[in-house]
Every structure is written in structure tokens, then in C-alpha cells.
Ligand binder design. Structure first.
Ligand code: DGL
Length: 264
């Protein structure tokens, strides 16, 4: 079934971005840096978060509904700013629509190039690490990689619980000898907000990677190939939407948007 028959966005339409909650705002910051003239519509599916501990069928259904909702606002492409939803839904949504869809995956490939005999810790949701998309990546680039499922960690970001996040991360990281770790992969977009915290727990020379800048560059390429990039000099707009209670969620989103400017 092609759900986009007759749907013809043009270059002036906004870029749709979604995540289970606020995590994708870290990707939005990278998108904004890469494509400053574009308008963005960001949807956080707060009412259904977390995704990473649900079952894939549910997350596929949520992703479909969000795509439909954003298409009603005439987006010109969809960025799945969530590793979990990307692993579950990117393939299906691409089969069901002509809308350009940009998806994410944990940055295991670049991390494998930085490895020099030690471990690469891959922090992600249990679902991301379990699904075939990651298993394929692991088979190709997983030498020395240690998948570290982090159920409950995205909630610390959603609620801005910095002390809880610090305690959680200390527990995870002290299970490994840091002089044997060559890189850390943040395989969930929420965790990019924890980068400053993680940095403080690591030796300076250990890189901490996420896929945000790469996803932003890829979005630019995809739009350019389809002649959908805005070409006038202007400052783009950003609108935040949530399936949760806007009164509590929108201020939180704006606060994290400010934080996201200082993550790189
Ligand atoms: N931000 C998400 C990711 O990149 C999902 C977190 C969740 O909802 O469990 O995987």
C-alpha cells in the first residue's frame, strides 16, 4: 500500500523529525546547524514513551501514526531521530510511502575504526540491541564491541534527573576497566544529552560517538538529490509538538533545546 499517492511536498515545506520523547532534540540541534534555512516540525511521542522496552509491533504502529500526522502538516521528509524506531520502522515506512525517510543506527562503524585492541561499549535501548538491524551491524563491525542495554536511562533524560543519570552511568561504566575501553557509542538519541556527564567519567582520550551529525548530513544529501532543499537565505523556524501534556512537556522541550546547543 502506498500511503503517499498524490502527496507532493515542495522545498518550502518543513522537515518532520520524531522521537519517543525529547531525545531527538539532540538530533534536531545537529539538523539545525547543518540546514539553518529549513523549517522543522519536531514531534515527541511522550504519551507512548519509552519505546525501547515495548514490543516492536507497538512501536511500528506509533511510527506510522506519527508519519501520518506529520504528513497532514505537509512535511517534505521524515527524520526518525530515534534509534529504536529506526530499527523497527524505517524499512516498513519506506515500503509504504514515497516520502524520503532518514533513519539512524548506533555509530558502531566509525567507532570500530577508532578501536585499537580494546572494547567499544554500545549503550542503547534493549530493543535496538535485540533487533536484526543492530545484529547485522554487529556482525560487520562488532569486533570488541560490548552491547550495553540501558533500560530506564531515557527516563532520566525525560525527567531531567541528572543525579539519577549519573548514578546509573557510574554503575554501568564501573563494570568495565576504562583503560580497556577505546570508544563509547551512544546508540539512543536521549543519551546524547548525557555526553557531558559521561565525558567526566572517562579518560579524555576515549571518544564518545553518536550519529547525530551524520544523520543531519544525510538529510541534506537526500533533500538535495530530490531538489527539495530551500535555497533562499533565511532563518528557519522550529515547532515542537507532543502527544503528552503540552503544558508540562513543551517547557521541558525548550529547556533541552537550549541544552542541545552545547552538546558538541
Ligand atoms: N531516543 C530513543 C532511541 O534513540 C528511544 C528511547 C526510548 O523510547 O526507549 O533509541
Amino acid at each position: 500500500m502506498n500511503r503517499t499517492a498524490g502527496y507532493q511536498p515542495d522545498s518550502t515545506c518543513p522537515i518532520g523529525v520524531f522521537d519517543s520523547g525529547v531525545g531527538g532534540i539532540s538530533v534536531l540541534a545537529a539538523l539545525r546547524r547543518e540546514l539553518p534555512c529549513e523549517d522543522f516540525l519536531y514531534f515527541g511521542d511522550t504519551a507512548h514513551a519509552p519505546y525501547g522496552t515495548k514490543n516492536p509491533e507497538e512501536v511500528l504502529q506509533f511510527s506510522r501514526e506519527i508519519m501520518d500526522r506529520l504528513m497532514q502538516k505537509r512535511i517534505k521528509c521524515l527524520v526518525i531521530a530515534c534509534n529504536t524506531a529506526s530499527a523497527v520502522a524505517a524499512k516498513e515506512l519506506r515500503e509504504e510511502t514515497d516520502l524520503p525517510i532518514i533513519a539512524m543506527e548506533p555509530a558502531l562503524k566509525p567507532a570500530s575504526l577508532l578501536r585499537h585492541g580494546g572494547k567499544v561499549l554500545v549503550l542503547a535501548t534493549p530493543m535496538t540491541l535485540r533487533l536484526p538491524k543492530f545484529q547485522r551491524l554487529y556482525a560487520l563491525y562488532g569486533e570488541g564491541a560490548v552491547p550495553v542495554p540501558c533500560p530506564g536511562l531515557m527516563e532520566k533524560v525525560e525527567t531531567a534527573d541528572d543525579d539519577g543519570a549519573r548514578a546509573y552511568l557510574e554503575k554501568i561504566l564501573t563494570a568495565h576497566r576504562m583503560d580497556q575501553v577505546d570508544a563509547i557509542v551512544l546508540g539512543c538519541t536521549h543519551y546524547s544529552f548525557l555526553r557531558p556527564l559521561i565525558r567526566k567519567m572517562l579518560p579524555e582520550n576515549v571518544p564518545v560517538l553518536d550519529g547525530n551529525a551524520g544523520t543531519a548530513r544525510q538529510t541534506g544529501h537526500v533533500l538535495s538529490e530530490r531538489s527539495l532543499l530551500r535555497d533562499e537565505a533565511r532563518e528557519g523556524t522550529i515547532e515542537f509538538l507532543t502527544s503528552g501534556n503540552p503544558e508540562t512537556v513543551l517547557p521541558q522541550m525548550h529547556m533541552l533545546w537550549e541544552r542541545a546547543q552545547h552538546l558538541v
